[in-house]
Design a protein around this ligand. Structure first.
Ligand code: FES
Length: 523
């Protein structure tokens, strides 16, 4: 692991959850197939759904555009809790007391399901029960925490207010939710993958869904050509690979956040912690090669709209130094989450009235419990069983407050970003970039994105996002091009890392550009 010359930060991003474990490899789909259920996306929702459905005797195929467990699930904090920031007081006001209680129950049921599954199959995944705390360092947030404590009491959540937490953080108030949990998510899910294949489930990597045909037996069309016919399609691909009439681009926004795994000088006291105040700080322990380490997570911002990305890591480093004293930073990585208008996930019919095409997305930062809850709901919907949570999560719901307000705000933000990007005309000359540096530049009067790699080779792309045309921004921490409108992300060579964009950014050969006319260069 190389260290950043400016401090202790590792040079490269690498999630601990993806380094400590051997991932199984799966073939890509080579021919048309027919199954009962096809699942698009091999993260926690897709894999848990497949596990549940093969156990019901159904023939299941999971397809993944890249490698299994390489999306948000492989970059999570892996807390399994129903304490999702300050949410229950807000939910009681916006969606009602019974729905707020249902949300708590759905996430608690998910937590219990994970625990039972770990016990049943004796899965070695560092699962442990932990109390979860949310704390306030300011008077303003202390008042909010007191309101949240009242909400806990109203809907019957076990917990209560406390005045201190075992860190040198000057807090005003904290609220505990008892008996939550943490685990190693990829160790858990790799075991589920094995159980799925043992029961005849099919898994395909490097097989990207690009569209589907509706009907009694809908069909998933893949980029590579083969078709999968099924009775049900489950879209578990984070941003939906196909929006149908659901208008998901207008009802979701993408947030990025950052994580460090650190060897601390002080012993970690146990527990899950998150700050109520901004910037968010989230803490838990993790065991790396037998050594206890601390995960420090936070600094979230809208994708493509943050400050220079290394600054986020440095802010977490400074916080870790102050609270624990840092011996070393072993890993750093970032994650992307999708957030809905009313903060409840969308789980259910992708387009209302099409019961055989289901979607799960918008878990905010709480995908371990919400993703598992989605899988449990999918199982019941496919088997035609009643499920208490179906109405709560249905994507066609609309709560006038706050959905309308947030709908207007988010879409005004998209329009603002679209216009802002078009008006920017940066002055950077690509020759001035240092190795490892990227920037938006102007070439022949057109906005372009340039990255000079560690060997000094320039990679130039068109910065117009291939989704609906916003201008991508450079993410220096991850060396990616990120779109501020709906969160698509592209590698420095322009390949799609994360949708909703499906097509790569257009590449430019820098040497050729000198000789190109505007017409030649595609304008
Ligand atoms: Fe929608 Fe880029 S992700 S325009």
């Amino acid at each position: 692991m190389t260290q950043n010359e400016n401090g202790k930060l590792p040079h490269d991003t690498e999630s601990y959850w993806r380094t400590d474990i051997e991932f199984p490899k799966f073939p890509s789909l080579e021919e048309d197939i027919q199954v009962d259920v096809v699942i698009v996306g091999a993260g926690i929702t897709g894999i848990t759904s497949a596990y549940l459905l093969v156990n019901e005797g159904l023939k299941v195929a999971v397809i993944e555009a890249g490698k299994v467990l390489n999306g948000t699930t492989g970059h999570t904090t892996a807390k399994i809790t129903a304490q999702h920031d300050l949410i229950y007081d807000e939910f009681i006001h916006n969606i009602g007391r019974s729905n707020a209680r249902l949300y708590y129950e759905a996430n608690t049921e998910a937590l219990n399901f994970i625990k039972e599954t770990v016990d049943r199959h004796k899965i070695d995944c560092d699962f442990s029960t932990q109390d979860a705390y949310i704390y306030a360092t300011t008077e303003k947030y202390a008042r909010k925490i007191e309101k949240e404590a009242e909400a806990y009491e109203t809907i019957g959540i076990e917990g209560g207010l406390v005045d201190s937490i075992p860190f040198e953080i000057d807090i005003q108030k904290a609220l505990v939710m008892k008996n939550q949990a943490q685990f190693h998510p990829t160790k858990y899910l790799v075991q589920l993958l094995q159980l799925i294949t043992q029961k005849g489930g099919l898994i395909f990597e490097n097989t990207a869904a690009v569209n589907f045909e509706t009907g009694e037996q809908p069909v998933v069309l893949t980029r590579e050509g083969p078709r999968i016919t099924a009775n049900h399609i489950l879209a578990c691909s984070h941003f939906p690979f196909y929006e149908g009439l659901g208008l998901y681009s207008t009802r979701l926004h993408a947030d990025r956040s950052y994580a460090l795994a650190v060897k601390a000088k002080k012993k970690y006291p146990g527990g899950l912690y998150i700050s109520a105040d901004q910037p968010t700080r989230s803490l838990r322990s993790v065991t790396v090669n037998g050594e206890e380490m601390v995960l420090i997570v936070g600094e979230s911002h809208k994708t493509g709209q943050g400050i220079e990305t290394m600054e986020h890591y440095k802010a977490l480093e400074a916080f870790g130094e102050e609270v624990f004293g840092l011996e070393k930073i072993v890993y750093r990585w970032s994650a992307q989450d999708l957030i809905t208008l009313d903060k409840l996930p969308y789980i259910g019919e992708l387009t209302s009235g099409q019961p055989n095409i289901l979607i799960a997305t918008g878990f905010r930062k709480w995908g371990m419990s919400n993703g598992t809850a989605a899988a449990l709901l999918f199982r019941d919907m496919i088997l035609g069983k009643e499920n208490t949570f179906e109405k709560l999560y249905t994507p066609s719901r609309f709560y006038a407050n706050p959905s309308l307000k947030n709908f207007l705000k988010e879409n005004a933000n998209v329009v603002g970003q679209l216009i802002k990007g078009k008006l920017d005309s940066p002055k950077t000359n690509p020759e001035d970039l240092s190795n490892g540096e990227g920037a938006v530049i102007t070439l022949e009067g057109h906005r372009k994105g340039a990255y000079k790699d560690d060997e000094g080779k320039l990679h130039i792309v068109d910065t117009t996002c291939t989704h609906i045309g916003c201008e991508v921004e450079w993410n220096n921490g991850d060396r990616t091009w990120d779109c501020p409108c709906h969160g698509s992300r592209f590698s420095f060579t322009g390949e799609v890392i994360e949708g909703p964009a499906e097509k790569p950014l257009q590449k430019y050969d820098y040497k050729m550009i000198d000789n190109l006319t505007s017409e030649d260069s595609g304008y």
